[in-house]
Design a protein around this ligand. Structure first.
Ligand SMILES: [Zn+2]
Length: 184
């Protein structure tokens, strides 16, 4: 199965529209409520970023590792919401970042279509393409001298995501090229 990226993006955009989101940062808790998802913050073992339990009648419970940074927690919640919306047939799903030593485990996770769809959903939900493009334009208009690195820092803080997540997003939206990728 190939990842259904456009479906993932569309579902994220629908949720943003439903929540009336027109500004950063995206109010993630409110959007989770709209999906009837309860968020539980718990100090999981360091390898677990999050998990989701989908109820058969819709909605569910999202667990997020409270030991991780706030920006990582936001990405995890958005990723689990993606599973809840796109993969509700799977009753329970756990996301675990495996030790780097176990290379094959890591690469199979990175190429799992469901993981790629949940990541695409999370990227669009937290950093909606249209909003990000408008923010970049406004930043450049405000200060044409702004460096790429400064712009990424500012955007990451406005959207409450990590600079790495914002760098990936700007690259995949082709707003910066990988040559500009000074932060990474
Ligand atoms: Zn996942």
């Amino acid at each position: 199965m190939r990842p259904r990226y456009s479906l993932a993006r569309r579902r994220a955009q629908q949720l943003l529209a439903e929540g009336g989101v027109t500004d950063a940062p995206v109010p993630l808790e409110r959007l989770a409520e709209l999906c009837r998802a309860t968020i539980r913050y718990e100090p999981f073992d360091g390898e677990v970023s999050g998990m989701v339990h989908c109820r058969p009648d819709g909605g569910g419970v999202i667990g997020v590792n409270s030991e991780h940074s706030k920006t990582r927690q936001r990405f995890t919640i958005a990723h689990e919401l993606g599973h809840l919306i796109l993969h509700a047939d799977e009753e329970f799903h756990i996301d675990e970042k495996r030790p780097l030593a176990r290379r094959d485990a890591v690469s199979s996770q990175a190429t799992d279509p469901r993981e790629m769809e949940a990541n695409q959903f999370a990227a669009e939900l937290l950093m909606p393409a249209a909003l990000v493009r408008a923010s970049v334009e406004a930043l450049v208009e405000d200060d044409p001298e702004l460096t790429v690195e400064e712009a990424i820092d500012e955007l990451a803080s406005d959207y409450r995501v990590s600079t790495l997540a914002m760098t990936h997003r700007l690259t995949s939206l082709k707003i910066i090229s990988s040559d500009d990728d000074v932060a990474g």
